[in-house]
Design a protein around this ligand. Structure first.
Ligand code: GTP
Ligand code: MG
Length: 201
């Protein structure tokens, strides 16, 4: 069986936020790809998969990139459904992208179940001279909105973002372990399988 067919649960993760905040670059950083100074606008949400190991079990991470431009926003709602981990991204050098977090958070919380885990990432922290949103402000806002916080840079802190996202995934797994422990390859084991299991143990 190939590794991609051998995992416990599938966990859907999505990045949301204004256009040009760096969502696509952060996803590239997560997958270990090189930073690119020129990127195209994302138009249609797309996902990429990665197997990660947490507490000695393998999980399939389905990571969705989305479009920040206003004209594509309504399409994102379909893709938000079923997400277990959400990261809202803003650009620390652009105040508007921070203010707009209110919209992204409100929209998402209306769609998702209570068990979703939220993170807020202030990106482009490498542009030190241009920072408009101090770290403390981002942190406080995240606390007020029930989200974990990190200030990062897709350009210079790819490891920091990888670790932030993996921690959020781990938190989801650990708080929902009862729900996902009877899944195999992302599918619920049938009650027949569960009954068999009970009999023989
Ligand atoms: P949409 O697809 O339109 O929603 O935008 P996006 O959020 O995916 O932004 P994208 O990742 O395409 O990045 C936009 C621009 O910001 C590009 O020119 C990137 O090179 C730049 N950028 C992204 N992350 C960083 C960063 O951490 N530091 C710096 N200096 N530039 C960054
Ligand atoms: Mg993009």
């Amino acid at each position: 069986m190939s590794e991609s067919n051998n995992y416990s649960a599938k966990i859907k993760v999505i990045l949301l936020g204004e256009s040009r905040v760096g969502k696509t670059c952060l996803i590239n950083a997560y997958f270990g790809r090189q930073f690119r100074a020129n990127t195209l606008f994302t138009t249609i949400p797309e996902s990429e998969n990665k197997i990660i190991e947490i507490n000695e079990k393998k999980y399939l991470i389905e990571l969705f990139d989305t479009a920040g431009q206003e004209k594509y926003r309504s399409m994102n709602n379909i893709f938000i459904k079923g997400s277990k981990v959400v990261i809202f991204v803003y650009d620390v050098t652009e105040e508007k992208t921070f203010i707009e977090l209110d919209y992204w958070i409100k929209t998402t919380k209306e769609i998702l179940a209570k068990d979703a885990i939220y993170g807020i990432a202030g990106n482009k922290a490498d542009l030190v001279e241009e920072i408009k949103i101090p770290n403390e402000k981002g942190k406080k806002y995240a606390e007020e909105n029930g989200a974990k916080f990190c200030e990062t840079s897709a350009k210079e802190d790819s490891k920091g973002f990888q670790s932030f996202l993996n921690k959020l995934i781990q938190e989801y797994i650990e708080t929902n372990i009862d729900k996902i422990s009877n899944e195999k390859n992302g599918k619920k084991l049938s009650s027949k399988n569960n009954k068999k299991k009970k009999k023989c143990c």
